[in-house]
Design a protein around this ligand. Structure first.
Ligand code: GAL
Length: 421
């Protein structure tokens, strides 16, 4: 090849490379992501989301607000949006998606959803939550099961105790652990953790129909009655098996107590499994998972999702859409949920890499949808308005923390709190 032709060819290649870089850099955007995944397992899952976005050629601006359950994150989000400085994406879920949608601040994702066939890829119970007035405004990353009981098998063995399947057995096991000198129940005294325990007791003692009527429909006759009285009495009995340092403890520190064998059991959603996995523990060997007592035929769901906000910097619009599309990809749904402890939101996923806890969760998710025992978690923002949720959580925590409060007084306050708009 003559020098002239070589030079010409080199120039063509250089020009093409420049154009390609220019187009990539022109398309490359930034997504600022508000989330509250800061514990061991959560952070690993969040890094999977970050890597997915970066894999699309975009940059991730991390806006993590620590605080299990997300109350702090939602407070910060409100201040950001009010000041006209919304992040591009935020971890928003359940009825609060409707509340934000009504504010007119969420971006429409219908083009991404249609191009990627989301309606066919998601169970209706999931896609319904992601839509505001029939339009997609959020994308689901997972399905967490909340009604789980976690235990350290070695500690159970030392106490000659077994994994309980109902609340009577739970207290037998708790008593045996206490006698063996182990903290029976690892708990963190924060209102969302108190309610996580409360709603599993309500589901186990009262069943799915009672749970729905009392805690989702907020029916006064169910909030104040013999079944709720039994739920509250059982709930208070659980407190007797927690330790004096429980108040204010973060949920993942409670999980760490079970991992280290200082405590025998924890009632918590399966993000706790993310902590066991991050600590290198194996299900069935180092920790046990089972439905919370009396709830094996029911499933309390908590779907994490990201809503995209309308943004002024249109250079980042494509990055937002690419992030939404990537979240629904099989690759992300697998990698993220293997780390997070949850199961994919996307249907027909290959569960081969998932452990037995996740496989049980996936099987029960389908079964309970059919048997109408699939219920939304109140503790995790899936069931009622933010205002009502906050009010009834406060009553339940007051009852947990005030030994002098009677179930009757608590029920009267629940009925009043349920009316909060
Ligand atoms: C839930 C959230 C989970 C997990 C948990 C503890 O509300 O949906 O993803 O993060 O809080 O922070």
């Amino acid at each position: 090849m003559t020098p002239t032709r070589l030079t010409t060819r080199a120039l063509h290649v250089a020009a093409a490379a420049t154009l390609l870089c220019a187009s990539l850099s022109a398309r490359a955007g930034e997504v600022e992501v508000l989330h509250y995944w800061t514990s061991g397992g959560e952070a690993k899952a969040a890094s999977a989301l970050k890597a997915t976005l970066q894999g699309k050629g975009h940059s991730w601006k991390d806006f993590a607000v620590a605080g299990g359950g997300g109350d702090s994150a939602m407070t910060v989000l409100k201040s950001r949006v009010v000041s006209g400085n919304a992040p591009a994406a935020a971890q928003i879920k359940g009825p609060s998606i409707q509340e934000w949608g009504n504010e007119g601040v969420l971006a429409n994702l219908d083009d991404v959803a249609k191009a990627n066939n989301w309606d066919a890829l998601l169970p209706k119970v999931v896609s319904d939550v992601m839509k505001h007035k029939g339009h997609y405004v959020a994308v689901p990353v997972n399905v967490h099961r909340v009604n789980w009981l976690w235990a350290n098998p070695e500690v159970l063995k030392k106490a000659n105790a077994k994994m309980p399947t109902n609340w009577d057995e739970f207290f037998v096991t708790a008593e045996a652990l206490k006698k063996a000198g182990v903290i029976p129940v690892a708990h963190g005294g924060q209102n969302w953790q108190d309610f996580t325990t409360f709603e599993s007791v309500a589901l186990g003692v009262g069943g799915a129909d009672f749970y729905r009527k009392a805690l989702v429909q907020l029916d006064a006759g169910s909030l104040k009655g013999a079944t709720m009285q039994k739920v509250l009495t059982t709930f208070r009995k659980v407190k007797g098996y927690t330790d004096k340092n429980a108040p204010g403890r973060d949920w993942n520190l409670a999980t760490a107590m079970v991992i280290r064998g200082e405590a025998g059991m924890q009632l918590m959603g399966d993000w706790a499994k993310g902590e066991f996995i991050a600590a290198g523990k194996a299900p069935g060997k180092d920790f046990l998972c089972a439905a919370a007592p009396g709830t094996a035929n029911a499933f309390t769901f908590n779907i994490d999702s990201f809503a995209m906000f309308k943004i002024k910097n249109t250079a980042n619009l494509q990055a937002q859409k690419d992030m939404a599309a990537a979240i629904m990809s099989p690759e992300f749904q697998e990698t993220f949920n293997l780390n997070k402890g949850s199961i994919p939101a996307r249907l027909n996923m290959d569960m081969a890499k998932f452990d037995d806890c996740a496989k049980l969760s996936s099987k029960d998710f389908v079964a309970t949808a059919k048997s109408n025992t699939l219920v939304p978690s109140i503790a995790h923002g899936m069931a009622v308005s933010s205002a009502a949720e906050g009010a009834i959580k406060d009553v339940v925590s007051q009852f947990w923390n005030t030994d002098s409060m009677t179930p009757e007084q608590a029920m009267d306050r629940l009925v009043a709190a349920a009316k909060t708009k």
